[in-house]
Design a protein around this ligand. Structure first.
Ligand SMILES: [Cu+2]
Length: 154
């Protein structure tokens, strides 16, 4: 009888180890789209409470293709481009926001309606996956406006 709690603890430990990437996804949001707009983007904060890893892929049932994107400032013109991964340093919060890193939803199967939710599957460098329900909003939350950061330090 006294062995049972030990066994349960061991099971819990092993299951949390199987879920290797220790990332909590906070304030996920996807941008609502008018009819006919083929693409959208999702934003969130990725809080890494574990070891350094990276977001390497994403999938959603609402879009044909999901890519990881960033924006670069090309002589004053903001352009977005696909990147292979989003680094998630240990102990740090990586912010995906308008004008910066984002999850690009390409080839929407239907318009994203404000107030609905979409599914998003995030895949990390260690092969673990995380399912996230992302609320769709018309306007981005305050503080997540399209703004260019002026500081150049990295
Ligand atoms: Cu993009």
């Amino acid at each position: 009888m006294t062995r049972l709690p030990t066994l349960l603890t061991a099971l819990c430990l092993s299951s949390s180890m199987a879920f290797a990437a220790d990332i909590s996804v906070e304030q996920p949001v996807a941008r609502a789209t008018p009819p006919g707009q083929p693409n959208s983007a999702a934003f969130m904060q990725l809080v890494n409470k574990g070891e350094t890893t990276a977001l390497v892929a994403a999938k959603s049932s609402v879009a044909d293709v999901v890519e990881l994107h960033t924006h670069t400032n090309d002589e004053g013109v903001m352009r977005m481009r696909k990147i292979e991964k989003i680094e998630l340093p240990a102990g740090e919060t990586t912010v995906l926001q308008p004008g910066g890193l984002h999850v690009m939803l390409i080839g929407l199967k239907q318009p994203l309606q404000a107030g609905s939710q979409i599914d998003l599957s995030l895949e990390y460098a260690d092969g673990s996956q995380q399912q996230v329900e992302v609320p769709v909003q018309m306007a981005m939350p305050a503080g997540m406006q399209m703004q260019q950061q002026k500081h150049g330090s990295h």
